[in-house]
Design a protein around this ligand. Structure first.
Ligand code: P5A
Length: 440
């Protein structure tokens, strides 16, 4: 992408309304713009990040055997009356009525809608296990939307729903989601710690939230520092293996880790004092097992092997896709701007032409840009008539992992500078070796 033709409305001033660093940096780097309270437009740079986060979520869901689909944002109130949640959900639900006077709502979550799809099409235990998911906008009329997209009213969520013949099978789905979520967050460069939590309006007793530690997080958390040493890494996983998933879930949930909602001081005191930590965290996901809470009132049954109708056991699993963009920035930035992990970066490489208008420099940059693009490397070429200093500041702010700087002095020797945003290290490189180096 040529920056001269892109839409990157970078702000020089720090917007006064932004209280936390991720919100400030998202506004300054032209990623988002508030449309109204808690509702945001994703400008081109932010949209690229959102798509990358979404892609990682899809890839990891596919690996776990979960099936993508798409449900609407607007739902009928009647389904929610069947489960009893239409009244229970309270003021967070945005209620709408259409021209015929039918009650509709903008979905805050989709347990009812998916249960209706299931009961219409699935009748036998032979069709189980089944896990369906989608990534779709949600609306919750939060009393205090804040921190930009971190606590929005409209936000983008991956929500998945498992259907299983009994509790055992459903608990495997729970563990499988836990493992696949750990992997999803690690790919985004995040450590998200599963913590025993409260289930709120979704229901059920078994639930874990995934928290990224950050001073600006909204939840107070209590944990054993040992848990921060755990990493899934590149273990080979068989998601169908119940014991393997259960063992990993046990490994990651054995050290004490709870949010303030479930914190138990007596249990916490069993953790050796030197390892006791109190901190804050950003909730980037939550998984639930709630058994037959929806299937029973809504009549979602399957025939068991003896031919008897039994309500299916269900759970639901959510990832805050839009919130993750902010959480990643909270976890990865410096005074100059964002430091994107490779997999979510809006572009992998930025090229800076320090002497725009100098024909030799221009043509070297253009040739490099063309070569990078044809090698499939997502590249943003700053070809604007701007001071070099301003170009560097913009690149640092938007946080691309790599920067190639080309100027007449280096090019006279056939050299450019390659700079790594994360380590801050630079090296001189032959112009002809850049693409190979980026593909290594
Ligand atoms: C699980 C999927 C659910 O809604 N039903 C379907 C279950 N869970 S949840 O914990 O309430 O939400 C899942 C994740 O969505 C993110 N999230 C938000 N992100 C931005 N702004 C909000 N107002 C907001 N509310 C929830 C969180 O990451 C949460 O873990």
């Amino acid at each position: 992408m040529l920056l001269s033709r892109y839409f990157l409305p970078v702000l020089r001033e720090t917007p006064a309304e932004a209280q936390i660093v991720s919100h400030r940096l998202m506004l300054r780097s032209g990623m988002i713009k508030q449309a109204s309270a808690g509702i945001y437009s994703w400008l081109p740079l932010g949209y690229r990040v959102l798509r990358n986060i979404e892609r990682i979520v899809h890839e990891e869901q596919a690996r776990a055997g979960h099936i993508p689909m798409l449900m609407p944002t607007v739902q009928s109130a009647d389904l929610w009356r069947e489960s009893g949640r239409y009244d229970d959900y309270g003021e967070e639900m945005l209620r709408i009525s259409d021209r015929h006077g039918h009650d509709l709502l903008y979905g805050p979550t989709n347990e009812e809608l998916i249960t209706d799809i299931f009961r219409t099409h699935v009748q036998s235990y032979r069709d189980l296990p089944l896990t369906l998911y989608h990534i779709q906008w949600k609306f919750r009329d939060e009393i205090r939307p804040r921190f930009g997209i971190m606590r929005g009213r409209e936000f983008y969520m991956k929500d998945g729903y498992n259907f299983d013949v009994d509790r055992e099978a459903a608990l495997h789905a729970y563990n499988r989601h836990m493992v696949s979520y750990l992997r999803t967050y690690e790919r985004m460069g995040l450590q998200a710690i599963p913590m025993r939590a409260a289930s709120g309006p979704i229901g059920g007793d078994d639930t874990h939230e995934f928290l990224v530690l950050a001073d600006t997080g909204e939840s107070e958390v209590f944990y054993d520092s040992e848990i921060t040493d755990l990493k899934l890494g590149d273990r080979q996983l068989n998601y169908d293996d119940r014991d393997e998933c259960a063992a990993i879930a046990r490994e990651f949930t054995s050290p004490y880790a709870r949010t303030d909602e479930t914190h138990d001081e007596a249990l916490f005191l069993n953790v050796p004092e030197a390892r006791r930590r109190t901190s804050r965290g950003i909730e980037v996901g939550q998984i639930f097992y709630f058994g037959t809470k929806y299937s029973e009132p809504m009549g979602a049954t399957v025939q068991d092997p003896q031919g008897r109708p039994v309500p299916v056991h269900m759970g639901s699993h959510g990832i805050g896709v839009s919130r993750l963009a902010g959480a990643i920035i909270e976890a990865s930035h410096d005074d100059d701007g964002i430091i994107w992990p490779e997999e979510v970066a809006p572009f992998r490489v930025g090229i800076i032409n320090v002497k725009q208008g100098d024909s030799a420099t221009d043509s070297a940059c253009e040739a490099l840009y063309a070569k990078m693009s044809s090698a499939g490397i997502e590249t943003l070429y700053d070809d604007r008539e701007e001071r070099a200093g301003a170009k560097f500041a913009t690149m640092d702010l938007i946080g691309l992992p790599w920067r190639v700087t080309a100027g007449p002095r280096g090019l006279a020797k056939g050299k450019v500078e390659l700079h790594c945003r994360r380590t801050g290290q630079s090296e001189e490189l032959d112009l002809g070796a850049v693409v190979e180096r980026m593909c290594a």
